[in-house]
Design a protein around this ligand. Structure first.
Ligand code: FES
Length: 112
């Protein structure tokens, strides 16, 4: 198990700052978040890379720990509801491994 931290930003600091224990068995960050009841990830397509509603902002220095987005993920990142930033990723494309223990992501204000 590893710990992943999900931050939901608010106007005056985090609205929610939650650490969850998740298996590091290669399942996606999106699935782990949904299984843990984390709010703010819709994942309408179930992880087949056609919705962009699993958008997250990966906190530094974790960006460098992740493989770069595939061409398909990069394309879908143009369709996120909230602004795309250099650290934007689709959580369904992030496979959880032991090396990601402590991974921290910030959720966008909206997924639609
Ligand atoms: Fe649809 Fe990630 S769940 S693109």
């Amino acid at each position: 198990m590893i710990t992943v931290r999900f931050i939901t930003p608010g106007p005056n600091g985090p609205l929610q700052d939650r650490e969850v224990e998740v298996p590091a068995d290669g399942r996606s960050l999106m699935k782990a978040a949904l299984d843990a009841g984390v709010d703010g990830i819709a994942a309408d397509c179930g992880g087949v890379l056609t919705c962009a509603t699993c958008h997250v902002y990966v906190d530094e220095p974790w960006c460098a720990q992740l493989p770069p987005p595939s061409a398909d993920e990069d394309t879908m990142l143009d369709y996120t509801a909230d602004e795309r930033r250099p650290n934007s990723r689709l959580s369904c494309q992030i496979a959880l491994t032991p090396a990601l223990d402590g991974l921290t992501v910030t959720l966008p204000a909206r997924q639609y």
